[in-house]
Unconditional design. Structure first.
Length: 456
């Protein structure tokens, strides 16, 4: 099992083989090496969390099909923008909010043309090419997308990978779900978002403090959308209903105050999971008829076929890897050899070290792959301390999405760097500042907010 884990880690880190294909290795290696048979390995690729991911994708595809995501983004820009600083805030807010529900790669690609158009409009008004201003806008777009993805459990793959791993390994502890995740991560991500905005504004927009910008391009694009259609209103209703059902599914405990969850009032409440709600929403969108296109639903099979099966294989491979490490006894071996940590290190020191490692490790590899590689190790480390495993796992999982230095660190970084308006020096220096802020923020949050919210 250790050999298979190192083999997969090597291919994931170097990308010598496509990372999605690497995720299929357990289906071959586990039966041949006697770790787990196919009957035990295959269900990892249909884990409940995968259907939460699929449901989230289908909701996002429906938003895109009817241009509702574009309407949201342009509306925010028109309400916030006027000066370069406020425009930066507008783009970052749109990117942050959309990435809570849509994969950050899609969010960045959707907003990039609008961002470049506004940059061009500003340069036309000022009469000069301003790479400093362009860098601030483009980095803001990418960074806000990565930060926004951590706010919800469906916003980014590492969050869902952690949720599936934790819930399966700690069935006797309160489960991680949409509600308790967002209650913790939303304040953390909003704080990071505000700090990121201030860093970018200070580094790249100080020279434009007194500049006022015309919003003609954004206003024209927004007017071209016209009034909200029946389809857009219907999708909005389904979208907000889904979020509310996720949020209030289980009891919400705020200190000594508890808000009862709606699933507790149903005779089959225990059978309903966040993934169930995601699939219900997908079915409603598929069956709900469109007025503009007769015979079609709001969601069509064409959108369903866009589901990225590579990511699903990556999820499955990660779950299979984690199961193999447990079933083979490798996790017990790791636990035995990590015992000295409990005597020499405090939980605080371990968390800081792990967050720093994860942040800079993810600069070089897929954040989902690095999360899957670290989760079994975190499981072994947490077993050495008389503390909740959440203390070690949550900040490290968040750190996987807080890599801002290199173009290869995250897809949003790669996309905006491809505009050729950002220098490697600017991305590296700004990213290093944000990497450090991310580590400090994660550590502080897990030892303050999480202790109060989760009673750990």
């Amino acid at each position: 099992m250790a050999f298979v884990a190192i083999w997969m880690a090597g291919w994931w880190i170097t990308e010598a083989v496509n990372i999605f294909f690497t995720s299929l290795l357990p289906l071959v290696a586990f039966p041949l090496l006697g770790i787990m048979d196919m009957k035990e390995t295959a269900p990892s690729y249909t884990n409940e969390i995968i259907f939460l991911f699929i449901g989230g994708f289908l909701i996002a595809f429906t938003l895109e099909k009817w241009n509702l995501h574009k309407r949201m983004a342009l509306f925010l820009l028109l309400k916030i923008g006027a000066t370069p600083s406020r425009l930066l805030l507008g783009f970052m807010t749109a990117s942050y909010f959309l990435s809570m529900w849509i994969v950050n790669t899609a969010t960045t690609m959707m907003l990039l043309p609008a961002t470049m158009a506004v940059i061009g409009q500003i340069e036309d008004q000022t009469g000069k090419r301003d790479n400093k201003m362009a860098t601030g806008f483009l980095l803001g777009l990418a960074y806000a997308s990565s930060i926004g993805g951590t706010a919800t459990v469906i916003g980014t793959a590492p969050n869902m990978a952690f949720m599936g791993f934790y819930n399966s390994n700690f069935p006797n502890l309160p489960a991680v779900n949409f509600t308790n995740w967002i209650l913790f991560s939303l304040p953390v991500s909003l704080t990071f978002f505000a700090l990121c905005f201030q860093v970018l504004r200070y580094r790249f927009l100080r020279h434009m403090k007194h500049t006022t910008i015309s919003m003609d391009t954004c206003r024209m694009q927004y007017q071209q959308l016209g009034r909200m259609s029946y389809e857009e209103k219907s999708i909005t209703a389904v979208f907000f209903a889904t979020v509310l059902l996720w949020f209030f599914r289980q009891d919400i405990v705020l200190g000594s105050f508890t808000i009862p969850g709606w699933s507790g009032f149903l005779p089959v409440g225990g059978f309903i999971k966040d993934s169930t709600i995601a699939m219900i929403a997908s079915c409603v969108l598929y069956l709900f008829p469109s007025r503009q296109r007769k015979g079609e639903g709001l969601l069509t099979w064409d959108q369903v076929q866009r589901i990225p099966f590579g990511i699903i294989f990556l999820f499955g491979g990660g779950f299979a890897l984690a199961n193999g490490i447990t079933e083979s006894g490798l996790s017990e071996w790791l636990t035995e050899h990590l015992k000295n940590l409990s005597g020499n290190w405090t939980p605080f020191q371990v968390v800081v070290t792990l967050c720093v490692f994860m942040t800079f490790f993810t600069e070089l590899t897929s954040n989902t792959a690095s999360t899957y590689l670290m989760l079994p190790i975190l499981l072994s480390i947490s077993a050495q301390f008389k503390a909740s495993p959440l203390i070690f796992m949550v900040p490290v999982v968040l750190s996987a999405s807080y890599a801002f230095m290199l173009p290869v660190a995250t897809p949003p970084n790669t996309i905006v760097f491809g505009s050729e308006r950002i220098s490697m020096r600017d991305m590296t220096r700004t990213g290093l500042i944000l990497n450090i802020i991310g580590v400090v923020l994660n550590v502080l949050a897990i030892f303050t907010l999480a202790k109060w919210l989760w009673q750990i």
